[in-house]
Design a protein around this ligand. Sequence first.
Ligand code: URA
Length: 210
Amino acid sequence: MSEHLTIVDHPLVQHKLTLMRQKDTPTALFRQLLREISQFLAYEITRELPMDTKTIETPLEPMEAPVLAGKKLALISILRAGNGLLDGVLELIPSARVGFVGLYRDEETLKPVQYYFKVPEAIDDRLVIAVDPMLATGNSSVAAIDLLKEAGARNIRFLCLLAAPEGIKRMKEAHPDVPIVTASVDKYLNDHGYIVPGLGDAGDRMFGTK
Ligand code: URA
């Protein structure tokens, strides 16, 4: 992708996002909306995938038809909230390989702590799409991408639902080669590292843990 930051301002995405932000939106609807929006974001983030052609036969004649080039892409969920984006994206790209990076945020330091890392083989040859709904401080996203690069990934894109300007800046400084696709860039981060106006804790809201 040529742009470092893409905001998907499609009316359906923005309408669904508004529903997600509302504090009374129930867990099941929140999860459903996240799944729906993830498909628009996936559509955008895969817009410039390299293509090849192959010869096929339609009922009428042979043709050189476009197909995706290269190895199957790797979808990496940054746990746990990343899982809320996974199913929707997998519906669009069912043959994607899937990996997980487990990081939790220390609520005092706001720094990421790793507890799990498992990614598909030949990660260096795949387009990697890392997914995490909230790009807040950027600490955990930057740390996850550090780990993916250490594992050999060279072609990484980052898909999130909401971003704070602080997180975008941090990602751009640490990983200028990683394009970001999001549905919105909100106003700022509060003292607890929450995106404002945001939607609260994405993990808690999608899993009903609070
Ligand atoms: N993580 C969340 O779930 N929400 C925020 O606002 C920031 C980080």
